[in-house]
Every structure is written in structure tokens, then in C-alpha cells.
Write a protein that binds this ligand. Structure first.
Ligand code: CDM
Ligand code: ATP
Length: 320
């Protein structure tokens, strides 16, 4: 029997950029939220070997036209785990892709996190949660969040996490236009005049994801107004307050690249969404409804010409 691990997509309820960093990334403050839309990874042991006696990594993708070698984050994650642990076992992974690609929904990152969790079990690696987080951060900025998911404050380049209380229940409608957007390109279009100072990452305290640091980050740090507003709104458990606090600084550069994103946003509002925002670096626009049923109902009023449409609910954090 293969080991089956779900890989949940995310939306960003709030995404603020504080500055440019000297390592090519941007310093961010975000509130991230897992949603029920997910890929599935089916993992089993493989006896096949490479020429150098390393176990072969065999990846098959169903449901999307994606590379199955080093360019795929799942393959790369398996290779990184072999290198880090010296494990010589191989694996066969079947990736059922449901999360649209280059959509701002962290599809590849979710798959990488699921591969970390799955291979840790399949290969009996006994890696600690702290080790999993450190490896996740090497793979991509969104990967650490995808390990547990839930409702999370993320800082740094996205890898420093503080787990928040669950957001109030809501339905989510996702509209993913036919085109995808490159994350790097959207970040690079942020007006550098707004971020004249480059942050020296060597001087930054290396915050790990252990509970004490998480506590410190929430209590002591001077969070910017957008994430503070969202955290307060979540605490209040009032959905209209959450909708009012939705914020994504990457919307403007993404909408300059693709003006039709603004049309989608307006259509979702017209159709009765309580709040609407672009997720991550796009291209998905999400709308908030009181519950899943309302999201399904709203989706029926949307033209399929807008793109792929999904009605989903929130997903809580998983036990790791
Ligand atoms: C837009 C978000 O999805 C919001 O959650 C993330 O910030 C992006 O996370 P991701 O896709 O895992 O990003 P990565 O694969 O680490 O980086 C892709 C590219 O995005 C840009 N990037 C990413 C994260 C960040 N904090 N600053 C950046 O400038 C960099 O140019 C980087 O080369
Ligand atoms: N397993 C994977 N699933 C999806 N994309 C992958 C995967 N592995 C590699 N990629 C590549 O990663 C790129 C970004 O895809 P992904 O779907 O993760 O973007 P995204 O949802 O915008 O990510 P994020 O929200 O983290 O910025 C694509 O160009 C794709 O070819």
C-alpha cells in the first residue's frame, strides 16, 4: 500500500513587503491560510538504483504537464533528503495535481512539504520537525508554511512562522485565469523607489520555528499595520473585519502586468463576494463568502471564460 499525503494549497489573507534584501529576496509580513484544495502524493519504496548506488527517484505526474526530473520540486526534495541524510533508498512517487500551477497558491511548495513529510516516514529518517523546517526553507520560501499549514503569520522571506488561532469559518471562491504569473517577476516589479534601503541579511537574528521564538515574534516584534489589522480581525472572529483587512501589496504590480485581474476582482464583488484579493503573486483571485455553500452558489454565476473556478473551504493545521 502506498503512503498517501495531501498537499494543501494556500491563500494570503495579507501580504506586505517591508524591503529588499541583499540575498535577492524581499522581507515580507504575511498572514497565510491553508485551503481545502489539494494535490495528493502517493509514495512507495523503489528497489531501482542509479549507477552510483543511490536509490532511484521515480516521479510520475497526473493532472498537469509538469517536468518529472530535477525541475520538479518533489524530485528536488527527494534528492535533497538523500543528500542530507545519506539515505540510499529509492522511491516511486505519483503526484496527482489538482492545484493550478503558477497560481499564487503555493502548489509546488505544498508538494515539496508533503514529500518531506512522506519520505521522512517512508525512509524511516526520524528527522525532527526543526530539521524538516530547515530543509523546507532551503527548497522555497513558502515550503515551511506548507509543513503544518493552518492560519499563520509569516515573516523574513516567508520562512519564519508564528501559528495563529484559526480564522473564522468562510467559503472561498478561486478564479485562476488561463495564464500563470512568475513570482520572481512580480516581486521585481515592486517600485524600488519605495524600498530604497537594502536589508543586510547577515545582521538579522536567525529565528527558528521553535515555540519560544514564535512567542517572541508575536509579542515583541513591531508588526506593520496591515498584518496587525488582519491578526486583530482574525482574533475578533468577525468575517466582515477579516474581509476589510485583506491586503496584498503585490496586487498592483501584477495588475499592471495583467489588467484583467482587476476585472475579475470587480466581477467577484458584483456577484456578492464579501471580500476579494489576489493570492500571493497571482494569478489567482479569491473571493470570500459566508460558507462553502455560498461559494458554490457564487461560482454558478461566473462565466467559465474567466478561467478555472473552484469553491473551497479553509483547512486547519495538521499534526506533524
Ligand atoms: C508570493 C508568495 O507565494 C507569498 O506567499 C511567496 O512570497 C513566494 O514564495 P515561493 O514561490 O516559495 O518563492 P521562492 O521559490 O522562494 O522564490 C521565487 C522568487 O520570488 C522572489 N521572492 C520570493 C520570496 C520573497 N520573500 N521575496 C522574493 O523576492 C525571488 O525573486 C525568488 O527568486
Ligand atoms: N510539483 C510542482 N507543482 C507545481 N509547479 C511546480 C512543481 N515543481 C516545480 N514546479 C514549477 O514551479 C513553478 C511555480 O509553480 P507553483 O504552482 O508552485 O507556483 P505558485 O503557486 O505561484 O507558487 P507560490 O504561491 O509559492 O509563489 C512553475 O513554473 C512550475 O513549473
Amino acid at each position: 500500500m502506498p503512503l498517501v499525503i495531501p498537499a494543501y494549497a494556500k491563500i494570503n489573507l495579507c501580504l506586505d513587503v517591508l524591503g529588499r534584501r541583499d540575498d535577492g529576496y524581499h522581507e515580507v509580513e504575511m498572514v497565510m491560510q491553508s485551503i481545502s484544495l489539494h494535490d495528493l502524493l502517493e509514495l512507495s519504496l523503489s528497489e531501482e538504483q542509479e549507477n552510483n548506488n543511490m536509490g532511484k527517484i521515480i516521479l510520475t505526474v497526473a493532472g498537469a504537464d509538469l517536468p518529472v526530473g530535477e525541475e520538479n520540486l518533489v524530485f528536488r526534495t527527494a534528492r535533497i533528503l538523500q543528500e542530507y541524510t545519506g539515505c540510499r533508498l529509492g522511491c516511486s512517487i505519483l503526484l496527482h495535481k489538482k492545484i493550478p500551477v503558477a497560481a499564487g497558491l503555493a502548489g509546488g511548495s505544498a508538494d515539496a512539504a508533503a514529500a518531506l513529510l512522506g519520505l521522512n516516514k517512508l525512509w524511516n529518517l526520524d528527522l525532527t520537525v526543526a530539521e524538516l523546517y530547515a530543509l523546507a526553507a532551503k527548497i522555497g520560501s513558502d515550503v515551511p508554511f506548507c509543513i503544518k499549514g493552518g492560519t499563520v503569520l509569516a515573516k523574513g522571506r516567508g520562512e519564519q512562522l508564528a501559528f495563529l488561532e484559526a480564522a473564522p469559518d468562510m467559503g472561498i471562491i478561486l478564479v485562476k485565469p488561463a495564464y500563470g504569473i512568475s513570482t520572481g517577476e512580480v516581486y521585481s516589479k515592486l517600485n524600488s523607489a519605495v524600498y530604497p534601503q537594502v536589508i543586510n541579511t547577515m545582521q538579522k537574528k536567525d529565528i527558528t520555528n521553535d515555540t519560544n521564538d514564535i512567542h517572541n515574534m508575536l509579542c515583541l516584534s513591531d508588526l506593520g499595520p496591515p498584518v496587525l489589522r488582519m491578526i486583530k480581525a482574525i482574533k475578533s472572529r468577525q468575517l466582515p473585519a477579516v474581509c476589510k483587512a485583506l491586503y496584498n501589496i503585490l496586487e498592483e504590480p501584477a495588475m499592471k502586468m495583467h489588467p484583467n485581474l482587476l476585472d475579475i476582482k470587480n466581477i467577484l464583488f458584483e456577484q456578492g463576494a464579501m471580500g476579494v484579493l489576489m493570492s500571493g503573486s497571482g494569478s489567482t483571485i479569491f473571493g470570500i463568502t459566508p460558507d462553502l455553500e455560498a461559494a458554490h452558489l457564487l461560482s454558478k454565476g461566473l462565466s467559465p471564460s474567466l478561467g478555472s473556478i473552484y469553491a473551497v473551504k479553509l483547512q486547519g493545521a495538521r499534526e506533524v
